[in-house]
Design a protein around this ligand. Structure first.
Ligand code: 5GP
Ligand code: MG
Ligand code: MG
Length: 181
């Protein structure tokens, strides 16, 4: 495993991200902040505690990496979603890769009557994206590699790592064979 961002760097990045979001919204306008589960779990907990405005907090489940490291069909489970009608919504995800997840969720929030929608991500992958949408708030630009830790998984492993690391092909194989035990 090759560490890309250590704990100190992640903390600094999240603080900076929170400052940018605070600057944009101010500290009195209420915000509905929605975590795109499960990858944003760790970022979300750290981020919402740094934001100054009153917040309503919710989650939505989206998964596209069905057991692999390449993007598959997107599944969205909005059962746990809170009402966004007439609200200013901030969607928080771990990483912007193809962009399909946030693009689709943004569409859903609009359909549900949100009055504004912005997106914040910890990581933005430097690659061609398949949608026009770009994230509004980004903590780090990263190369086009498969990363884990700080909420990001491979087969639901590694989310608990306090740092962000590139998973080497041998580790991907080893984790996959463990998984199929
Ligand atoms: P997108 O829809 O932008 O292609 O992908 C977003 C989702 O794919 C992220 O929320 C994340 O769950 C997953 N993903 C994309 N790139 C990576 C990566 O490098 N590592 C991990 N663990 N997940 C990724
Ligand atoms: Mg995700
Ligand atoms: Mg995943």
């Amino acid at each position: 495993m090759r560490v890309l961002l250590d704990e100190t760097q992640l903390t600094q990045g999240v603080h900076q991200l929170a400052d940018e979001i605070d600057q944009y919204y101010g500290n009195s306008r209420p915000l509905t902040v929605i975590a795109v589960m499960t990858g944003s779990l760790v970022l979300f907990a750290d981020l919402i505690r740094r934001l100054s405005m009153p917040q309503r907090v919710g989650v939505v489940q989206a998964s596209s990496y069905r057991g692999g490291t390449t993007s598959g069909e997107l599944h969205v489970d909005s059962q746990m979603m809170i009402d966004v009608t007439g609200r200013d919504v901030l969607l928080v995800d771990d990483i912007f890769d193809t962009g399909k997840t946030l693009d689709r969720l943004r569409g859903m929030m609009l359909e549900c009557g949100a009055s504004s929608i912005k997106t914040a991500v910890l990581l933005h992958k430097q690659r061609d994206h398949s949608v026009e949408l770009r994230p509004d708030f980004v903590a780090f630009e990263i190369p086009d590699e498969f990363v884990v830790g700080y909420g990001l998984d491979y087969l639901d492993m590694y989310r608990n790592l306090p740092y962000l690391a590139i998973l080497e092909p041998a580790e991907i194989e080893a984790t996959a064979s463990e998984h199929h035990l």
